[in-house]
Structures are given as structure tokens and as C-alpha cells.
Ligand binder design. Structure first.
Ligand code: PGA
Length: 254
């Protein structure tokens, strides 16, 4: 079964109401391939989710950038999976490296969050990726396997999981992974899934790449067989996000 190309836009902690409206209007006017060719999900900060959800074109969907690890309650500042479900927010990004490093989210904590969010009916973009130090030490695969294992230990149904490989050294740095570097890790991750989950999960789970993806480099990356799409940060706030969505066409012709 072919894996549908997936493009996520992670707006991170950016935007004013006016800026958000402008981005939505650019997206709404964008000429992009049909939803059977590409799935598009944008992830504004929590406070803008209702605005984006109600104004965004219906063929694009929204994601939260995080959610709490269990049901709500006395957790000041957190937003629960139940609340996202209540607001009809279909997706959530979990385990982004900025949260892993700045907020010290461990592999187990991220695994718990992924399992909880899925159990509540959310679809999850689960992020993994190594630091520059880890890459230089030759431990890239060990790191991403451990991050993925913490999810695999808690999740049996991967239908609603998109795995985002985002090398930390490539995020927000302008230093995109080469297509060969991305393909290498994606293919090893797929092998890992094959060995540790099931051949079915390995062949159907989308593995998307994130880290300095732009309108200029997306086509070459998209052409790699195990790159099933992108998670885009900086460029998702700009009109070039449309070009990144269009890179899905590369798969159609391959
Ligand atoms: P970037 O961010 O595209 O700005 O590098 C990607 C991400 O953090 O998801």
C-alpha cells in the first residue's frame, strides 16, 4: 500500500492574530495537489487553534504542538488530549526536540504521551532525532531507535502515527540533511520498525523529514524512497510552504 505524502507545518511559538490570518489566507489561496496525493496539517500555537480551524480550507487539517500525558486536572499550564478532542483538533505533535531538550521530556514521557493521545483518538506526529554531538559520535541510529522504542513499547496500532525524523542539528539552522543522509536514517528506521513491530507497520507508517526544509530543497528530499513527507518549521510561516506541499508531485511521477 502506498504511503500518502504528508506535509506538516509547525508554527512553533510564533504569530499574532493578524499574522495567523495572513498565513491562513495564503494557504487557502494556494494551488496544491489533491488530498489523495498529499495530506496537509498545520500546527499553530494552542491559542490560535480555534481561529485556524474555523478559517482554514477544509482539505487542510490542524495539529496541536503538544498535549498533557494524561487526563486533565491540577496541571497548571497544560492542555489535555481530551480538550483537543473536544475542540475537534485531529492531530498533535509530540516529542519535538525543542521540548525534549528545553523542557527535558524523556523518551518514556514522550512514549506515554503518544500512547495516551492515541488512546483518546488523536493522530500523532511523533518526533525523533539526534543532536550533532550524537551524530558525530556515530550514535544516530542508537538514539532514534531508543526514542522510537519508547513509543513502540506502548503502542500496537500505528495507523494514526506519523514518525518525524528531525535531526536536531538541522532544525532552524539552515543546515538541511542531505537527501542521502535523510534516506539513510529513514530506511534504517523502517528496518527498525520491521524488526521490532511488524512488516506491515514498517511498510505503511509514514516517516517524514524535518529540519530546514525549504521550497528550494524539498523536491530532492521528496524524491528519496523512504522520505514520505516533511515537518516544516520556519518555511511553514511563509508562502514557500505551498511549494513544499507541491513536492508531493515528485512521488506521483516516481
Ligand atoms: P525548521 O524546523 O524547518 O525551522 O528547521 C523544523 C521543526 O522543528 O519541526
Amino acid at each position: 500500500m502506498a504511503r500518502k505524502f504528508f506535509v506538516g507545518g509547525n508554527w512553533k511559538c510564533n504569530g499574532t492574530t493578524e499574522e495567523v490570518k495572513k498565513i491562513v489566507s495564503t494557504l487557502n489561496g494556494g494551488d496544491v495537489p489533491s488530498p489523495d496525493v498529499v495530506e496537509v496539517v498545520v500546527s499553530p500555537p494552542f491559542v490560535f487553534l480555534p481561529l485556524v480551524k474555523t478559517t482554514l480550507r477544509p482539505d487542510f487539517h490542524v495539529a496541536a504542538q503538544n498535549c498533557w500525558v494524561k487526563n486533565g486536572g491540577a496541571y497548571t499550564g497544560e492542555v489535555s488530549a481530551e480538550m483537543l478532542v473536544n475542540l475537534d483538533i485531529p492531530w498533535v505533535i509530540l516529542g519535538h526536540s525543542e521540548r525534549r531538550s528545553l523542557l527535558k521530556e524523556s523518551n518514556d514521557f514522550v512514549g506515554d504521551k503518544v500512547a495516551y493521545a492515541l488512546a483518546k483518538g488523536l493522530k500523532v506526529i511523533a518526533c525523533v532525532g539526534e543532536t550533532l554531538e550524537q551524530r558525530e559520535a556515530g550514535s544516530t541510529m542508537e538514539v532514534v531507535a531508543a526514542q522510537t522504542k519508547a513509543i513502540a513499547e506502548r503502542v500496537t496500532d500505528w495507523t494514526n502515527v506519523v514518525l518525524a525524523y528531525e535531526p536536531v542539528w538541522a532544525i532552524g539552522t539552515g543546515k538541511v540533511a542531505s537527501p542521502a543522509q535523510a534516506q539513510e536514517v529513514h530506511s534504517e528506521l523502517r528496518d527498525w520498525l520491521q524488526a521490532n513491530t511488524s512488516p506491515e507497520i514498517a511498510s505503511t507508517t509514514r516517516i517524514i523529514y524535518g529540519g530546514s526544509v525549504s521550497g528550494g530543497n524539498c523536491k530532492e528530499l521528496a524524491a528519496k524512497p523512504d522520505v514520505d513527507g516533511f515537518l516544516v518549521g520556519g518555511a511553514s510561516l511563509k508562502p514557500e510552504f505551498i511549494d513544499i506541499i507541491k513536492s508531493a508531485e515528485v512521488k506521483k511521477s516516481s
